[in-house]
Design a protein around this ligand. Sequence first.
Ligand SMILES: [Ca+2]
Ligand SMILES: [Ca+2]
Ligand SMILES: [Ca+2]
Length: 441
Amino acid sequence: MKIKKSLLAVLIIAVAMLFSGCSKFNIEIKDLITPPEPTGELYEIRQALFEYTGPDITLRYPKSGDWRSAFIIEDIDQDGVDDVLAFYSTISGENTTIMHVNLITKLEGKWVSVSDNAVESSAIESVEFLDLNNDKTPEILISWKISSQPTDKVSVFMFSNGGLTLAIQENFSHYIPCDLSNSDELEFVVISSDSIAKKSTATAYRFEKHGVINLGSCALDVDVTEYSDAVISKLSNGKPAIYIDAAKSTLGTITEVLYLSEDGMLENVFVKENETQNVATLRVSTAASYDADGDEIPEIPILRQLPSIRGTAEKDILYLTEWNKCNEQGLAYLSSCFMNYNDGYSFCVDEEWKDKFTIARSEDLTERVFYEYSEDMALATHELFRIKTLTKDEFYYSNKSYNDYFEITSNDTHIYLARINPDNEWDIKEQDILDRFDFIQ
Ligand SMILES: [Ca+2]
Ligand SMILES: [Ca+2]
Ligand SMILES: [Ca+2]
């Protein structure tokens, strides 16, 4: 009954405020209905935090990731006793928000705060647990939002002897835990890109049993506007490497490739010391690196413009993609393919075809027409073959006949047809088309 009465009182005040229009009651309803006080263990944990901090704190909740609570209760070192990470903020003298992570642990049956780490930041983005040094106790990765800076900050804490030790704290655009050295311990690569200061670097660390080793930094392209997710793979010689596609504003796309050199230092294949641009991998499109030959290692695309026989409008210009493997020296040519990302297929061409053909779109855009072409041909008129993409509905229910086409393949939604010019001078056969066609995965 008592509960009902107090709820009624809250409602009366809330309704009165809604209709009063009086600005001096600048209180929101959420301030009047406070969440229930925790009981039992959580109450004792909260009290342990307040004993350390005093009452003037705000509990904070990680904004993304798997761990979203202000109190993460987890037996981090698996000694049978729960450990608690508590997140809160305070305001410092100049109205600066300071985020804290507080470690609370149970000593002789009583919860007590044992360490506190503070970072000037506006929010806690995420918390992650990952065993970087392979000692069976996870390291604690915390991302902090820094509202005054273009990049966020990541802290890595090691949990040892019942306390938290700050191992590294860096501004970052991406961080990539990966094994670059084929060892038990993971390397931890931090990509830090500051477009205002025009400085981009990657720094690698190795987490060992009792500490961290800095494996050096290397330059990255300074004009990158956005990084894609990193792909952890290998160079063509089998050495572990990280591939990161990145957009360079309107200029196109590049791929940064990072690995550890023979002396164990971080290297970028395409941006050497004192360089600022990744020139070798720049392509005027959004084409991503892609495993073009199925060996589970990405290849890097370089685009070659095909002669346009329709005009110079953007829609009339098509490209042949050269796929390249990557080794420590740079790019190594693999193959040339026409990539139709729109329709989801690739068509790879023979070396002897190069510079002797071009491709045009049909008027209705469903076809790509391959022509014999050479520079002394004023106009490509010798059609070799064409590839057509149709939805299954278009194919089965339209009045059009495709009797002079043959089916290359189909998937759940589309059917892929080809028509060979019977007068083509290259003696192209159906099997030649089938052998070179593939879906883009
Ligand atoms: Ca524990
Ligand atoms: Ca560990
Ligand atoms: Ca590959």
